[in-house]
Design a binder for this molecule. Structure first.
Ligand code: PLP
Length: 374
């Protein structure tokens, strides 16, 4: 049996006609930049996320960059974030000229630990970027309290967490900004690159929309230096169609996760050999962009090899925490500085969880893990 880590084709097949007819009419109109399709998707996305506004941009990476730009964060400023995330979170901070400051993660949720954030706040700190990893939000109440106390901006990296909930509030609606990615492998993916930045502030939304278009307002008058961060109308039109099905895909992922939990519980692997993904009490909806387990006794790489041989797709998010990346050497971190991130990076492995994967495939995955770790 072959079990891919992710297969997007069944999802496309289920809505191919609607998407192709939308693409065809957009091609007929030749209206490719911003316009009605983009503003329509922005309203739908804002409503879905429980935010007042949404601004469609070129990618999740740019969604982070544009929020930092609007806040005027740059040289000499520090931004606190997680070392256990996709590179773009810290990359965005550097791209605006600011310095990423890492705070270690909670060992259960793999999200930034508010107690570690507090230790890193100083007079240069301007913002916190909590990352909602794998589809579960970070612990936002203590983060918002710290931000309020120290007058910091909170930019949620919700790139993996569209629709996930913290105490019934949706990811991206809690901080000053929410940043989303529509990279194809995210729960809501487009046909290429795309992203969005949400906010509850009319002023911030106005600035986001000026900054994504070279800081231009009105036409050919530039009060700010922005960039070309505009989402394609084609991507927005596709995303409007796919957004309607997003909750059903989330539900399928949640069912698949529950099934894995049962299969693992019955396998006798839990505890000694593997640790299942934890769902925090505050998390009222986990959207399982990934289902990642920890593999104990230094056997993760061996398991990865054996699963690959058995035809089971798996991957490691993330093998090297950001404070250990070569490009961040000048920041001065070393091994042992973020012990929890380092330990998790050595044990974690993601298993297939995509909506259309079958029970039979999940049984095969868990059987293959039992055999590999026997
Ligand atoms: C995917 C992702 C990004 C970047 O999004 P792109 O659309 O690929 O630029 C940023 N942060 C996190 C946590 C992500 O998972």
């Amino acid at each position: 049996m072959q079990v891919p880590l992710l297969d997007l084709k069944p999802q496309y097949q289920s809505m191919k006609d609607e998407i192709m007819s939308e693409i065809s009419s957009l091609c007929d109109s030749q209206m490719f930049i911003l316009g009605q399709k983009v503003s329509q998707f922005e309203s739908e996305l804002a409503a879905y996320c429980g935010s007042a506004y949404a601004c469609g941009v070129t990618s999740g990476s740019d969604a982070l960059i544009i929020a930092l730009m609007v806040e005027g964060i740059g040289h000499g400023d520090e931004v606190i974030t997680s070392p256990f995330t996709f590179f773009a979170t810290a990359g965005a901070i550097c791209r605006v000229g600011a310095t990423p400051v890492f705070a270690d993660i909670d060992p259960h949720t793999f999200n930034i630990d508010p107690a570690q954030i507090e230790k890193k706040i100083n007079s240069k700190t301007k913002a916190i970027i909590p990352v909602h990893l794998f589809g579960q939000t970070a612990d936002m109440d203590p983060i918002m309290a710290l931000a309020q106390k120290h007058n910091l901006v909170v930019i949620e990296d919700a790139c993996q967490a569209i629709g996930s909930e913290y105490k019934n509030k949706r990811a991206g609606s809690i901080g000053d900004y929410g940043c989303f990615s529509f990279f194809p492998s995210k729960n809501l993916g487009c046909f290429g690159d795309g992203g969005a930045t949400t906010t509850n502030s009319e002023k911030r939304d106005g600035l986001l929309k000026i900054f994504r278009n070279h800081g231009m307002d009105p036409k050919y008058y530039h009060k700010y230096i922005g960039g070309n961060f505009r989402i394609d109308a084609l991507q927005a039109a596709i995303l409007s169609i796919k957004l309607k099905a997003l909750d059903s895909w989330h539900q399928a992922r949640q069912r698949n996760a529950a099934e894995y939990n049962e299969l693992f519980a019955a396998s006798g692997l839990c505890g000694d050999k593997v640790v299942l993904p934890a769902v925090a009490d505050y998390c009222t909806a986990h959207i399982y962009n990934q289902y990642s387990i920890l593999v104990k006794d230094g056997r993760r790489d061996e398991l990865r090899q054996k699963l690959t041989e058995a035809g089971v797709g798996c991957d490691i998010y993330y093998p090297v925490p950001l404070h250990m990346q070569e490009c961040f050497k000048s920041l001065g971190y070393g091994k042992g500085d973020m012990p929890i991130s380092e330990a998790v990076a050595g044990e974690i492995i993601a298993l297939p969880i995509f909506p259309e994967s079958t029970s039979e495939q999940r049984r095969y995955v868990v059987d293959s893990i039992s055999k590999a770790l026997a």
